[in-house]
Design a protein around this ligand. Structure first.
Ligand code: XUL
Ligand code: CO
Length: 444
C-alpha cells in the first residue's frame, strides 16, 4: 500500500500515518492492539479482518437527525459544482484510508457523486467520471473495494420500495440504478456486491401483496446476478438482513429468514450474508447468534461492524467498543473459516456532536483495536482454556451408542420410547453458563 495519498489539498492536517505503538501507548492516534502483520491463529490480522471504511458515514453524513440538520461542515463538501465536490470527497477519503492504513472501502452509488435531480443518463455520466477518478486513486494507493451497492431507499421515488414496489416503473428504475452500480463495482474491481433492502418491506398489510412482492424481489435479484455474471463479475453477492427501519416489516428480517428466502428462490449459490451488529440487536438477536446461523449454513460473507444502543430501539450505528461481545464474535470467526469473500466494514458513524475531523480517526482506530484485542483474547481462550471441551462434552451422549445411532437417522420414535423405558430417569446435568461467562472475563 502507498504511504499516504494526499490530493490537491490536505484535509486531515496535523494527522500523519497511523502506526502500531503497542498497548502501553497513550497516543489516541496510534494502534495499541491492531498490528496488521501480526499473526493470529495462522493468519495476519489484516487478512482476518479486511477492515473497510464506509463512504456514506465517514465522508457524506453530516450528522443530521430527524430533529435537525447536520452540524458537520466538511471541508471537502463545500464546492457548488457536483463533480468538483465529488472529487474533493474522493481526495479526502483516500487521504483518510492511507493515513489510517485500511486496505478497503465500501460505497453506495450516490455516495461517490450526488444524484440530485439528475436523470438517469446524466447521472451515469457523473458516475463514469467519478469512477475514473476513483480508479486512479485506487491504483495509486493499492486501496481496494470490498463491496459496492446502490442506494435504493433515499430518493422519494422509492418510498414504496424498490424491487418490491407495487409500480413496475419504479422496479425498472431500480434496475437501471443497480446496473450502473454493478458496472461501477466491476470497473473498480469490487470483490463483492451488496443488497440492503432498505424499503423492501411494508408498512401495512392492508395495501400489500406480500407474496407478490417477495416474488418480485427474487426475480430482481436473479436479473442483477445474471447481468453481473455476464459482465464477468466473479465476486459474491451479499444480502444484508435488517428487521425494521425504515419499513415497519422488512423482508430480509434476519440471517435465518434470508437464508430461507435465498434457498426458496434458488439464489443460495451466488448470495451470502452481510451481517450487521446493530441490525442483529434490532432483530432481538445477539450478533453472535446471527454469525453462528450464517456459519452453520456456510453463508457468512461479510460483516458491517457497529453497535446499537440497548436503551434506544433504533439504528444508532455507533463504533464497536464492547470487548465482551466482540470476543464472542471472534470465537466464532476463529472456530469457522471466517468471512467468505468479505471482511469487516465499519458501518458506523461518529456522533452528531463529534465535530472534530480527528474524531473520525479515533473512532476507526478504537474499532480496529477493539477487534484486534478481542481476536487475541479469543485465540487464547481457544488455545488455553477448556471452553471448547466443555461445550463438546455437553453432547457426549451422542458420540457413541444409541445417541450416535439417532444422529445417523437409524432410530425410530418407537426405538426412542423403548430406550427410555429401559433406562433410569435422566439425571440433571448443569449447563455451566455462569462458569463459561466468567471464563471469558478471565481472559479479557
Ligand atoms: C442501513 C445499512 C446500510 C447498508 C448499505 O441500516 O446498514 O448502510 O449497509 O446500504
Ligand atoms: Co450496513
Amino acid at each position: 500500500m502507498a504511504e499516504v495519498l494526499i490530493g490537491s489539498e490536505e484535509y486531515f492536517k496535523g494527522i500523519g500515518k497511523i502506526h502500531f505503538e503497542g498497548k502501553d501507548s497513550k497516543n489516541n492516534l496510534a494502534f495499541k492492539f491492531y498490528d496488521p502483520s501480526q499473526t493470529v491463529a495462522g493468519k495476519s490480522m489484516a487478512d482476518h479482518f479486511k477492515f473497510a471504511v464506509a463512504y456514506w458515514h465517514s465522508f457524506c453524513n453530516t450528522g443530521n437527525d430527524p430533529f435537525g440538520d447536520g452540524p458537520k461542515q466538511y471541508p471537502w463538501d463545500q464546492s457548488s459544482d457536483i463533480l468538483t465536490r465529488a472529487k474533493n470527497k474522493a481526495d479526502a477519503a483516500f487521504e483518510f484510508y492511507t493515513k489510517l492504513g485500511v486496505n478497503y472501502f465500501c460505497f453506495h452509488d450516490v455516495d461517490l457523486v450526488d444524484e440530485g435531480d439528475a436523470d438517469l443518463s446524466t447521472y451515469r455520466k457523473r458516475l463514469d467520471e467519478i469512477t475514473d477518478y476513483t480508479k486512479a486513486k485506487m491504483d495509486a494507493s493499492g486501496v481496494k473495494l470490498l463491496w459496492g451497492t446502490a442506494n435504493l431507499f433515499s430518493h422519494p421515488r422509492y418510498m414504496n420500495g424498490a424491487s418490491t414496489n407495487p409500480d413496475f416503473h419504479v422496479v425498472a428504475y431500480a434496475g437501471a440504478q443497480v446496473k450502473n452500480a454493478i458496472d461501477a463495482t466491476i470497473k473498480l474491481g469490487g470483490e463483492n456486491y451488496v443488497f440492503w433492502g432498505g424499503r423492501e418491506g411494508y408498512m401495512s398489510l392492508l395495501n400489500t401483496d406480500m407474496k407478490r412482492e417477495l416474488d418480485h424481489m427474487a426475480q430482481f435479484l436473479h436479473c442483477a446476478k445474471d447481468y453481473a455474471r455476464n459482465q464477468g463479475f466473479t465476486g459474491t453477492f451479499f444480502i444484508e438482513p435488517k428487521p425494521m427501519e425504515p419499513s415497519k416489516h422488512q423482508y430480509d428480517f434476519d440471517a435465518a429468514t434470508v437464508i430461507g428466502f435465498l434457498r426458496a428462490y434458488g439464489l443460495d449459490n451466488d448470495f451470502k450474508l452481510n451481517l450487521e451488529t446493530n441490525h442483529a440487536t434490532l432483530a432481538n438477536h445477539t450478533m453472535e447468534h446471527e454469525i453462528q446461523v450464517a456459519v452453520d449454513n456456510n453463508m457468512l460473507g461479510s460483516m458491517d461492524a457497529n453497535r446499537g444502543d440497548y436503551q434506544n430501539g433504533w439504528d444508532t450505528d455507533q463504533f464497536p467498543v464492547d470487548l465482551y461481545e466482540l470476543t464472542q464474535t471472534c470465537l466464532i470467526l476463529l472456530e469457522s473459516d471466517g468471512f467468505q469473500g468479505g471482511g469487516i466494514n465499519f458501518d458506523a458513524k461518529t456522533r452528531r456532536n463529534s465535530t472534530d475531523l480527528e474524531d473520525l480517526f479515533i473512532a476507526h482506530i478504537g474499532g480496529m483495536d477493539a477487534f484486534a484485542r478481542a481476536m487475541l483474547i479469543a485465540e487464547r481462550i481457544l488455545e488455553e482454556s477448556d471452553y471448547k471441551k466443555i461445550r463438546k462434552s455437553r453432547y457426549s451422549t451422542f458420540d457413541n451408542g444409541s445417541g450416535a445411532e439417532f444422529e445417523k437417522g437409524n432410530l425410530s420414535l418407537n426405538d426412542l420410547s423403548k430406550i427410555a423405558h429401559s433406562s433410569s430417569h435422566p439425571s440433571l446435568i448443569s449447563g455451566k453458563q455462569e462458569m463459561l461467562e466468567y471464563l471469558i472475563n478471565q481472559y479479557i
